[in-house]
Design a binder for this molecule. Structure first.
Ligand SMILES: N[C@@H](CCC(=O)OP(=O)(O)O)C(=O)O
Length: 500
């Protein structure tokens, strides 16, 4: 089915697609817990004005749990998952009813879109969500209001925070702008309440540079799930998809009109270059340049879209589709994949292990297994609960158990944010593949596991397990059929720091 114009006519003329993310703190008062009606009305008026200028608007709105607490008169934060999910069910209804009534005053139809990661887990479902959103925007000229489907989402299929959800939504609808509304004026280098040197970043050409410039003590979204860390992740995801990302104070929604009217500075502009260096060097004089006068009114932080964004399919593969498992590859396979003529296809011969359960055409992680250098091994294991690898004699009896951990060591969840400076390390809790006989040398090798890319599986996980390590010419004899010579297609490699 051809895509409606909202998605296909990207950046044509002056009509833009604008995603606005509203956190709980933007819509509910932290003092009274009541809806900020004047702010909500301002958002409605701003959306109406943007649409009158020919733009399309998508809202990503938090607050279901907060509204549920308000409705049920619950003062404390809910502790159990069940309570949070039930309160979200009670509150989402109120939230959407409030928006429906406010937008109804200006004749705009709104549509509720509740998503879990599962809903965009594979290519067909991702395309389905894309078509639905595009149809809502174009055919029905409405404003989709997106939230996580908190009531049914289980931890491994959660987006986790609506900053990330909004960035993924922005990628799905090919947005031009993503506005992350919060309760401060932008991204600060420190906490302006306690640090007189703290500056608001104005124009940010590189999220990585901004990350180096910003201390962890930055304010923002103190009443919601996401803080500035999740906003930076969202900015990185969205700018990689070619979406200009703006952190702005949600208390003054009309400011978004000025930002869109002004447009983006020309890429490669000298001012942008000088700001790029000022942010990364952090000198006091240079920091004074951050927050250029052009961005003072209205105050905000603007992350420029990267000039050569990832192609849509590659972006969705790396950042939106939910990987159902992992294929572990050897260094030879990784070298072949890194060649420009690899065609993004992986032969079964280079696969040394399979983990997870998936069907054909689901996304899988491509994980490089290589002997750990001493320093890398030390870094990978620092601070882990399972610090010591099991002794070699027991390895063959243990099932493969790996968890993802980023450089900051922030836990065991699977991060979807993988385009940063550092590769994400898979830390082996037991560096052995289940049921696999290892020779002495293999058993004593300490492996390092690095996610290097993602791809779409041509064979399901059971088939993949059976054909791993064999030549393509043997697939037919092994499975009784051979639908493809390749175990994975459409493989996209992550940016690396020289993993091979
Ligand atoms: N989905 C949840 C909010 C999750 C979230 O990220 O909240 P916030 O940090 O306020 O944007 C809800 O509607 O309550």
């Amino acid at each position: 089915m051809p895509l409606p114009t909202a998605v296909s006519a990207r950046r044509s003329g002056t009509s833009q697609t604008i995603v606005i993310k509203l956190g709980t703190s933007s819509i509910l008062s932290s003092h009274t817990s009541q809806p900020k009606l004047s702010v909500l009305s301002g958002i409605v008026e701003t959306c109406a004005a943007l649409r009158a200028q020919g733009h399309r608007v998508v809202l990503v709105c938090s607050g279901a749990i907060g509204m549920g607490r308000l409705r049920m008169g619950i003062k404390e934060k809910p502790k159990s998952v069940g309570e949070r999910q039930a309160l979200a069910a009670l509150g989402q209804l109120r939230l959407i009813a409030l928006w429906d009534s406010l937008f109804g005053q200006v004749g705009i139809s709104v549509a509720q879109v509740l998503l879990t990661r599962n809903d965009i887990a594979d290519r067909p479902r991702y395309e389905n969500a894309r078509t639905t959103l595009a149809t809502l925007l174009s055919t029905f000229d409405s404003i989709p209001i997106v939230n996580e489907n908190d009531t049914v989402s289980v931890s491994e299929l959660r987006f986790g925070d609506n900053d990330t959800l909004s960035a993924i939504t922005a990628g799905i609808v090919d947005a031009d702008y993503l506005f992350l509304c919060t309760d401060v004026d932008g991204l600060y280098t420190g906490n302006p309440n306690s640090d007189p040197q703290a500056r608001r970043l104005g124009l940010v050409p590189s999220v990585a540079a901004a990350r180096r410039a910003v201390s962890v003590d930055t304010p923002g979204s103190s009443f919601g799930t996401g803080g500035m860390a999740t906003k930076l992740i969202a900015a990185e995801l969205a700018t990689a998809a070619g979406v200009a990302t703006v952190i702005i104070n949600g208390a003054h929604p009309a400011a978004m009109l000025s930002v869109v009217e002004r447009g983006l500075p020309p890429l490669g502009d000298a001012a942008v270059d000088s700001l790029a260096s000022s942010i990364s060097s952090l000198g006091a004089d240079e920091l004074a340049q951050v927050g250029a006068p052009a961005l003072e009114d209205p105050p905000h932080t603007l992350f420029l879209p990267i000039s050569d964004p990832l192609a849509r399919r590659k972006w969705s593969l790396l950042h939106a589709l939910h990987p159902a498992g992992s294929l572990f590859i050897d260094e030879g396979a990784y070298r072949r994949l890194s060649r420009p003529d690899s065609g993004g296809r992986l032969l079964p011969a280079g696969v040394v292990g399979v983990e997870g359960t998936w069907e054909r055409m689901q996304a899988v992680r491509i994980v490089l297994r290589r002997p750990a250098s001493d320093s890398a091994a030390g870094a990978s294991h620092a601070g882990t609960a399972d610090d010591e690898l099991p002794p070699p004699a027991t390895l063959a009896q243990r099932g493969l158990s790996v968890f993802l951990r980023n450089e900051a060591g922030s836990g065991t969840s699977t991060p979807i944010h993988l385009a940063g400076d550092e590769p994400v390390h898979l830390v082996p809790a037991a560096a052995v593949l289940e049921g696999e006989a290892r020779d002495k040398e293999e058993e004593t090798t300490r492996w390092e596991w690095i996610e290097v890319g993602r791809g779409l599986a041509n064979y399901n996980s059971i088939e993949s397990e059976r054909i791993k390590g064999i030549k393509s010419s043997q697939i037919s004899a092994t499975l009784g059929y051979a639908d493809s010579d390749y175990i994975v297609d459409q493989l996209a490699l992550l940016p690396t720091d020289g993993a091979a």
